[in-house]
Every structure is written in C-alpha cells, then in structure tokens.
Design a protein around this ligand. Structure first.
Ligand SMILES: [Zn+2]
Ligand SMILES: [Zn+2]
Length: 65
C-alpha cells in the first residue's frame, strides 16, 4: 500500500501532479501555501489531476524570488 509522502498516511483524494508524483489533495493545498515546487523532485508544479478525472490549476498567491 502506497502512502502519501507528506502525511505518511494512505491517500485521501489522491492527486497526481504534472511531475507524476502522488499526494493527498489537502496535503498539496497545505504544501502550496508555502511552496511552489514538488515535495519530492522539486519541480515547479502547475497543475494536478484528482484521481485522473478532475483537473485543477495551481494559482500562486505570491511569487517567491
Ligand atoms: Zn497526505
Ligand atoms: Zn515531483
């Protein structure tokens, strides 16, 4: 059984990012309050798919230089 790399629990509303890493939807939302890159590979994330059906674009609240 695969676990979320942020909360280390089983996925809740599993999301797949544009860099093909999996996280819970809520974990991703929390992560993007402070970060703009993937927690695993550090690529900038532009969007994620929720269970492969929904599609959500990340809107950055602030630009970190
Ligand atoms: Zn999680
Ligand atoms: Zn990644």
């Amino acid at each position: 059984m695969e676990d979320c790399p942020i909360c280390f629990e089983s996925f809740i509303s599993k999301c797949i990012t544009n860099c093909n890493h999996n996280f819970c939807k809520l974990c991703l939302h929390k992560w993007f309050e402070k970060n703009i890159s993937c927690p695993i590979c550090r690529k900038t994330i532009y969007y994620y798919n929720l269970d492969g059906y929904e599609y959500e674009v990340i809107v950055y609240k602030k630009i970190i230089i």
